[in-house]
Ligand binder design. Structure first.
Ligand SMILES: NC(=O)c1ccc[n+]([C@@H]2O[C@H](COP(=O)([O-])OP(=O)(O)OC[C@H]3O[C@@H](n4cnc5c(N)ncnc54)[C@H](O)[C@@H]3O)[C@@H](O)[C@H]2O)c1
Length: 453
C-alpha cells in the first residue's frame, strides 16, 4: 500500500508544511538498482585507538574511493562529502581512547551524504578486561544513538570483528544501497574458521556481482510478499531457485518460479514429510541456501485465544522450521558451505499485544539460530542466521488498521516502512558464500524500530 505521507514530504509544499508542524521527515531511501548497484564517492576510513586491522584490501571496491586518515593525523574534511565512513574502533580499550571516537566523527558527521553509511568497527568485549569490555559495549550505545539522530536516510551500524578479510561480504553489504533499511544493528563477524573464509581462506565468491552462481536456493512462502522478493533477489545473485508455497497458492507460485527460471514446489511446509519432499524436488539433489520465510499470524489476546489459533502459528512459523532444518541438515541435503536463513520478527524481540502465539514462534527462531549456528558450522560447515523484519509494506501490513499502520511506519529512525526487497537484500548477504563468518546472528531489518530497540 502506497505511503502517501512519504510522497507528501517529497514535495516542496509538503516538506514545508510538515516541518512547520514538527512532523517526521522520511527521506527517499536510495536502494539497489541495476543502474546504481553501489554507492559512488568518497569512503572515509578513520581510526580511534591503535588498530591492527588491515582494512584497505577489503574496503577497496567499485564505486568507493578510499580516503584513509591515519590515527592522530589532522583530519582534512575535504570538499567532497563522504558517502560512507568506516571508523575502526577495534583498538578502543579505555575511556580516553573512547574519546577518539567522538573526536573522529564529530567533525565529519554533518557532511556525510544523504542515504550515506557509517560503519563503526569494534572488538568482541574481553571477559578478562572489564575496562575494554565497558568501552566496547559503550560503542553499542553510541551507534544506536547516532542512528536515531542522524536522519536524511543515513544509517549507522556496529560490526564486531577480529579478521578483516572474513568481514568483506559484510562491508560490501553495509556500504551499499542494499542495506538501505538496516540501521542501529550490532553484527558479530567471526574469523570464518570452518566456513572457508578465515585468514587465507577462499570463501569470497569468484564474482561479487553473482555470488550465488552455481548454487541452489529454496525459499518457503515464495508465492508473494517478502518470499517472492527473496526468490527474485537470490536469482538476481545467480542462484537456481526452488520456490515453495501452499498448494492453494499454486498459480501465483508457478508465475514467480517461471519468471525466475526456477522450480515451483507446491507443498504445505507443515507436512510431516516436507524435508523428504523438498530433497526429492531439488534439481541436483543438493541444497546450498535454505530460506525459511513462510509465516502466518492468527492474532488474539491470550484471554480470547483458543488452541486452534495458537497451534497453526507455532506449527508454520517454528515447528516446521525446526523439522525441515533438521531433516535437510542431518540427511546431508544441505551441502557444506550451506546457509540457512530463517525469518524472525521484531514482535519476537519486543513482544506485541495480541500476538503471544506469533511472538513465541518468532522468538523461537532467535533461540534456534543462536543454539544451532555454532554447532551446524562445526559439524556441517553450514551457517544459521535470521532476519527480523520490522514494519514491511506487504499485504500483511496493508490489512493493519490505519492509525496502527501509520504508527508502525513512523516509529523508526528512518520514519518509514521497509520494502520486501530490504529483507531480501539482507537475506542475500547472509546467503552469500562470502558470509561464512557471519553465524548465529539475528539482523533486524526495521529502520531501527523503536520496538524492542
Ligand atoms: N510484513 C511484515 O511487516 C513482516 C514483519 C515481520 C516479520 N514478517 C515475516 O516475514 C515472512 C513473510 O511475511 P509476508 O509479509 O511476506 O507474508 P505473506 O502473508 O504475504 O506471505 C507469506 C507466504 O507464506 C506462505 N505460507 C503460509 N503458510 C504456509 C505453509 N504452511 N506452507 C508453505 N507456505 C506457507 C503463504 O501462502 C504466503 O505466500 C513471515 O514469516 C512473516 O512472519 C513479516
Amino acid at each position: 500500500m502506497a505511503d502517501r505521507y512519504l510522497s507528501l514530504t517529497g514535495t516542496a509544499p509538503g516538506r514545508f508544511l510538515t516541518r512547520r508542524l514538527g512532523l517526521p521527515q522520511p527521506a527517499r531511501l536510495r536502494r539497489w538498482s541495476p543502474e546504481q548497484p553501489s554507492l559512488q564517492g568518497r569512503l572515509l576510513h578513520l581510526t580511534a585507538g591503535k588498530s591492527d586491522l588491515d582494512l584497505a584490501p577489503v574496503l577497496t571496491f567499485a564505486g568507493l574511493d578510499l580516503d584513509l586518515v591515519r590515527a592522530g593525523s589532522a583530519l582534512d574534511v575535504g570538499t567532497e562529502n563522504p558517502v560512507a565512513v568506516v571508523l575502526d574502533a577495534t583498538g578502543v580499550r579505555d575511556v580516553d581512547t573512547l574519546a577518539e571516537v567522538h573526536a573522529a566523527l564529530h567533525p565529519v558527521v554533518r557532511s556525510v551524504a544523504g542515504s550515506g553509511r557509517i560503519v563503526v568497527l569494534g572488538s568482541p568485549p574481553d571477559p578478562a578486561d572489564h575496562h575494554q569490555a565497558a568501552v566496547q559495549q559503550g560503542l553499542e550505545g553510541f551507534v544506536r544513538s547516532l542512528g536515531k539522530e542522524i536522519g536524511r536516510g543515513r544509517t549507522v551500524n556496529l560490526v564486531r570483528l577480529t579478521d578483516a578479510r572474513a568481514a568483506e561480504s559484510t562491508f560490501r553489504f553495509l556500504l551499499s544501497p542494499r542495506s538501505a533499511y538496516v540501521s542501529g544493528q550490532v553484527i558479530e563477524v567471526g574469523d570464518g574458521a570452518g566456513a572457508g573464509t578465515g585468514a587465507g581462506g577462499t570463501g569470497a565468491p569468484a564474482d561479487w556481482g553473482k555470488p550465488l552462481a552455481g548454487r541452489t536456493a529454496l525459499v518457503t512462502g515464495a508465492a508473494r510478499g517478502i518470499g517472492e522478493a527473496v526468490a527474485t533477489t537470490l536469482a538476481r545473485d545467480g542462484a537456481r531457485v526452488v520456490c515453495l508455497d501452499v498448494p492453494a497458492a499454486e498459480a501465483d507460485l508457478a508465475a514467480v518460479a517461471g519468471r525466475l527460471g526456477g522450480v515451483a514446489l507446491a507443498l504445505d511446509i507443515t507436512a510431516d514429510d516436507a524435508g523428504a519432499r523438498i530433497a526429492g524436488a531439488l534439481p541436483e539433489g543438493g541444497l546450498d541456501v535454505l530460506v525459511h520465510n513462510a509465516g502466518i499470524t492468527r492474532d488474539r489476546r491470550l484471554v480470547n485465544m483458543p488452541a486452534e489459533r495458537w497451534s497453526p502459528v507455532l506449527d508454520v512459523n517454528l515447528a516446521s522450521v525446526l523439522r525441515t532444518t533438521d531433516a535437510l541438515l542431518t540427511g546431508g541435503t544441505l551441502r557444506p558451505g550451506g546457509r540457512v536463513v530463517a525469518t524472525a520478527s521484531i514482535a519476537g524481540i519486543a513482544g506485541n499485544a495480541g500476538q503471544t502465539n506469533y511472538a513465541a514462534s518468532k522468538a523461537g527462531i532467535v533461540g534456534l539460530v543462536r543454539s544451532l549456528g555454532p554447532r551446524a558450522l562445526s559439524e556441517y560447515g553450514v551457517t544459521v542466521n535470521a532476519v527480523a523484519p520490522g514494519f514491511i509494506e506487504t499485504r500483511m501490513t496493508a490489512a493493519v488498521p490505519l492509525f496502527i499502520r501509520e504508527a508502525g511506519r513512523r516509529m523508526n529512525s528512518l520514519a518509514q516502512g521497509g520494502l520486501p526487497v530490504d529483507v531480501a537484500e539482507t537475506t542475500a548477504w547472509l546467503a552469500s558464500p562470502g558470509s561464512g563468518a557471519v553465524n548465529g546472528q539475528v539482523v533486524r531489518v526495521c529502520g531501527q524500530s523503536m520496538l524492542g530497540a
